[in-house]
Design a protein around this ligand. Structure first.
Ligand code: ADP
Ligand code: LRH
Length: 485
C-alpha cells in the first residue's frame, strides 16, 4: 500500500538506461527495464550524438516501464551527462545533431574567452573548473555557424528529451550549473559574465528546480509507449552527477564521493562554493546539487581510458581482462588520469604507452598491463582529488563513497581504498537512476529531505566495504613520479 512506480531515464556517455523505482514510505526497489548503447557518430562536420537513437531508446524504455508497472507510472524523470545541448529554431525544431563534448571545435576557444573575461574572474563569478567543453565555450565556438544564426533556443540534453516527451521547455538548475553561465552563490544566471561575452541568456528557457513539474507525456508519446495518461514528467536533478551524489548513501557529513563511470568525479558535498584562486589552480569545480548543496569536485578521465582501449582491442571480455590485470604487479607505471590529452577518442593504448615513455616508466607490454596501468592511475588520481578537496575546502572526511558503474570493478574499488588510505563504501552502481527516482518520489511527498533520502538508501541497499591496505608509501612514490615531470 502507498507504493508508487517511477520511471527514471539515465543517459550516460556509454549507455542509456530506463529503470523503474518502486517507492513506499519505507521501501525502495529499483529494476532495470531497458538499456541501450550510446554511440556517438563521426560525421564530416565532427563528432555528434545520435540524439534520435537516444529518444527512441527512451520511448522503448518507457514502454517496458509501463509493462513492468502494470501501466501505472506515477511520473517520469530524465537525467543525463552535462554541458551538451541541442539548438532549436523558432518553430521548436532541432537544428542538427547535438555536438559531442569531445568534439575538437572548442580547441583554443577558452583562451579567446579569457581575453575578454580573464580566467580568474570567470572562476570567481561561476565557480566552474576549466574544461574545454563547458557550454559557454561551446556556444562561443558555435557562433560563426549558419546553424547558430538560426538558433532561437538552446536545450541541455535531458531538457531536450524532456521537451520531446512533453512539449514543454525549461532549463533544469543542476545541469545549468555546468554551462559556466550560473553564479553558484545566487544559484541563478551569471548575467555579468554572459553580458561581457555577448552570450544571449534568452537562448535558454527559464530555470527549473529539481522536483518541479515538467509537463505530461504528449498524446503521441502515450500512443507510442502504450501508457495510459495522464503521466506527469518531473524535473529531477538532471545532471547525472547531481542525481548520483544525491544517492550517495552517506550517514554524516565527513565523506568524500567518487562517481565512477565514463568519468570519475571525485570530491565533496558542501553548503557553499569554494571560489579561491588556489581552488581554481587545482581545477576544482562548484556545480549545484539538491537542496542548496554544492558539488565540489574534480573531473578525472575515468573508465573512459579503459573503454577506449577495450574498443581498440575489439571488445574483449571485461571480466577476463580485469582478472588478468589483478595479477599484474601494482604501480609499475602510472599516467596522469586528469590530463586533457586523454579527452579525445582514438588510439588510447598507444597514447597511454606514450605517456609512460615520456615519464621514463616501463611501457605496458600486454593488454593486462595496460589495464593495470589505467586502474592504478585512476586510483592515484582519486587519492589526489580526495586529498586536495579536503585541504581546499577545509572539510575533512573519514570515508570515501564510490558510486556508479565503476563499483562493479572490485579491483578499482580496492585500489582506491589503498590509494586514499580510507575505507571505501561502494554502491549503488545505479546511483544516478536512484537519485532520479527519489527526487520524483519526494515531489509526491513519499520521502523527505536529502538526509531522509539517504537513510532510505542505507536501509534498503547495503553497500560493499573495502578496507585500505598498506601505509600509502607506494602511492606517494608513484605520485612523485608524475610530479617530477
Ligand atoms: P556512464 O554512465 O558514464 O555511461 P557507467 O556508470 O554505466 O557509465 O559505467 C560504465 C563503466 O562501468 C564501464 O565502462 C565499465 O568500465 C564499468 N563496468 C560496468 N559493468 C562492469 C562489470 N560487470 N565489471 C567491471 N566493470 C564494469
Ligand atoms: C558525467 C558527466 C560529468 C561531466 C561530463 C561531461 O556523465 O555528466 O559530470 O563533467 O559528463
Amino acid at each position: 500500500a502507498g507504493v508508487r512506480a517511477y520511471a527514471a531515464v539515465d543517459l550516460g556517455a556509454s549507455s542509456g538506461r530506463v529503470m523503474v523505482g518502486r517507492v513506499g514510505p519505507d521501501s525502495l526497489e529499483l529494476s532495470e527495464v531497458h538499456r541501450f548503447p550510446n554511440r556517438p557518430v563521426r560525421l564530416p562536420e565532427g563528432l555528434r550524438w545520435d540524439i534520435l537513437a537516444l529518444h527512441r531508446g527512451v520511448l522503448d524504455g518507457l514502454r517496458a516501464a509501463g509493462t513492468r508497472s502494470g501501466g501505472r507510472l506515477a511520473s517520469v524523470g530524465i537525467d543525463g551527462w552535462a554541458v551538451d545541448h541541442g539548438l532549436l529554431d523558432a518553430d521548436g525544431a532541432l537544428l542538427g545533431n547535438p555536438v559531442h563534448y569531445r568534439d575538437a571545435r572548442t580547441e583554443g576557444v577558452a583562451e579567446q574567452v579569457w581575453a575578454t573575461v580573464p580566467a580568474a574572474e570567470l572562476y570567481a563569478a561561476t565557480g566552474l573548473q576549466y574544461a574545454p567543453f563547458n557550454t559557454l565555450y561551446q556556444l562561443v565556438a558555435a557562433r560563426p555557424t549558419v546553424q547558430f544564426a538560426r538558433a532561437a533556443r538552446a536545450l541541455l540534453v535531458p531538457d531536450l528529451l524532456t521537451y520531446w516527451l512533453t512539449g514543454e521547455q525549461g532549463t533544469e538548475l543542476t545541469n545549468a550549473s555546468t554551462t559556466q553561465l550560473i553564479d553558484p552563490r545566487t544559484r541563478t544566471w551569471a548575467h555579468g559574465v554572459a553580458g561581457r561575452l555577448g552570450v544571449d541568456l534568452g537562448l535558454f528557457p527559464p530555470l527549473r528546480q529539481p522536483g518541479d513539474p515538467a509537463g505530461r507525456l504528449r498524446p503521441e508519446v502515450l500512443e507510442e509507449t502504450g501508457l495510459a495518461g495522464p503521466v506527469p514528467v518531473t524535473a529531477v536533478a538532471s545532471h547525472d552527477t547531481a542525481s548520483a551524489v544525491a544517492a550517495v548513501p552517506a550517514t554524516g557529513e565527513r565523506f568524500a564521493y567518487i562517481c565512477t563511470g565514463t568519468w570519475s568525479l571525485a570530491g565533496l558535498e558542501l553548503t557553499a562554493p569554494v571560489l579561491t584562486e588556489e581552488s581554481r589552480a587545482a581545477n576544482f569545480t562548484n556545480e549545484l546539487g539538491l537542496d542548496g548543496t554544492v558539488r565540489y569536485l574534480r573531473n578525472i578521465m575515468g573508465l573512459w581510458l579503459l573503454q577506449e582501449c577495450v574498443r581498440a582491442w575489439g571488445e574483449p571480455d571485461l571480466d577476463v581482462l580485469l582478472r588478468a590485470a589483478a595479477a599484474v604487479p601494482a604501480l609499475r607505471s602510472v599516467v596522469d588520469a586528469g590530463d586533457e590529452a586523454f579527452l579525445a577518442p582514438g588510439r588510447m593504448p598507444e597514447r597511454i604507452a606514450e605517456a609512460c615513455r615520456a615519464t621514463g616508466q616501463p611501457v605496458p607490454g600486454t593488454r593486462a598491463e595496460t589495464t593495470r596501468c589505467i586502474l592504478d592511475s585512476l586510483a592515484l588520481a582519486h587519492r589526489r582529488a580526495v586529498a586536495d578537496a579536503q585541504r581546499l575546502a577545509g572539510h575533512p572526511v573519514d570515508v570515501v563513497h564510490v558510486v556508479g558503474g565503476g563499483t562493479r570493478n572490485a579491483l578499482l574499488c580496492q585500489l582506491t581504498a589503498d590509494a586514499c588510505g580510507l575505507p571505501v563504501v561502494a554502491g549503488p552502481a545505479e546511483a544516478a537512476a536512484l537519485g532520479n527516482v527519489l527526487v520524483q518520489a519526494r515531489a509526491h511527498g513519499l520521502v523527505g529531505d536529502l538526509a531522509d533520502m539517504r537513510r532510505l538508501l542505507v536501509r534498503t541497499l547495503p553497500p560493499t566495504r573495502y578496507a585500505p591496505r598498506g601505509n600509502g608509501a607506494r602511492w606517494r612514490e608513484a605520485e612523485a613520479r608524475l610530479a617530477a615531470r
